[in-house]
Design a binder for this molecule. Sequence first.
Ligand SMILES: NC(=O)c1ccc[n+]([C@@H]2O[C@H](COP(=O)([O-])OP(=O)(O)OC[C@H]3O[C@@H](n4cnc5c(N)ncnc54)[C@H](O)[C@@H]3O)[C@@H](O)[C@H]2O)c1
Length: 261
Amino acid sequence: MRYKDKVAIVTGGSKGIGAGCVKVFVEEGGATVVFCSRTGQEGTALEAEVNRKGPGRAVFVRADVSRVDDIRHLIDTTVERFGRIDCLINNAGWHPPHRPIDDFSIEDFRSLLDLNLVSYFAACKFALPHLRKVKGNIINMSSLVGSMGQAGAATYVATKGAITALTKALAIDEAGHEVRVNSVSPGNIYTPLWQEAIDAAPDPARCRADGDAAQLLGRMGTIEEAGRLCLYLAAEATFTTGVDHILSGGAELGYGRKSRR
Ligand SMILES: NC(=O)c1ccc[n+]([C@@H]2O[C@H](COP(=O)([O-])OP(=O)(O)OC[C@H]3O[C@@H](n4cnc5c(N)ncnc54)[C@H](O)[C@@H]3O)[C@@H](O)[C@H]2O)c1
């Protein structure tokens, strides 16, 4: 019950890392969590599942974060129903299939910026007046590749590097209001998004094994591990702001075979 009587918003909470955050905030935090996704069925199923267990509660609101009006509606609905926002977790995002820059159009890049980056900016902007009242905090889901780079992912990596940078700039501006702003940079967390990549690979079993072997710990992370880091940042890490928290099982440590020659 580490976040009892607090209200959190999770974007993209119907599956994957966002769902891990919803579960952990409700089950271990005792919080009220309002979460969104673009489509309804998975969201209402998760809402029912976590509410059966409690002790907190979850409320699903349908919202497409590519639409600024939907984001505004998500924030307004939360405040109308529960009167406050203590934590905003910006998480909804997408990783397009890997390809060289020649095969991404300008329009591909612009629409990914809207989904992965402008949505975070808009949610921060609309939630901050409420977060300031309760000295709340923001957690932006970035990615390890935002600082490391990744092959065939120029557009995605650009959006994630920008999220980490936005987090630090906002942390400076909001410190005067005692609002903390942090990012989390996952390496490989096993989610439906990762499964999409496995299914699209020429050798799916090999792709999964390579995914596991990328970590020193020899496996991908779980959505619950991601949720627990976020609950720690929201509930306990009260002297931490502007920090990018790597959640990677050691993926970035040491040298590896990197030359393609
Ligand atoms: N899984 C990983 O290994 C990994 C690694 C680094 C960063 N991330 C980041 O973590 C976040 C979550 O990734 P995931 O692997 O859980 O993805 P996922 O595809 O499994 O889940 C994404 C969630 O976002 C929602 N969503 C997608 N588009 C949306 C939209 N337009 N409006 C509202 N909701 C939308 C989906 O419904 C779903 O609930 C993303 O920002 C991703 O870039 C993931």
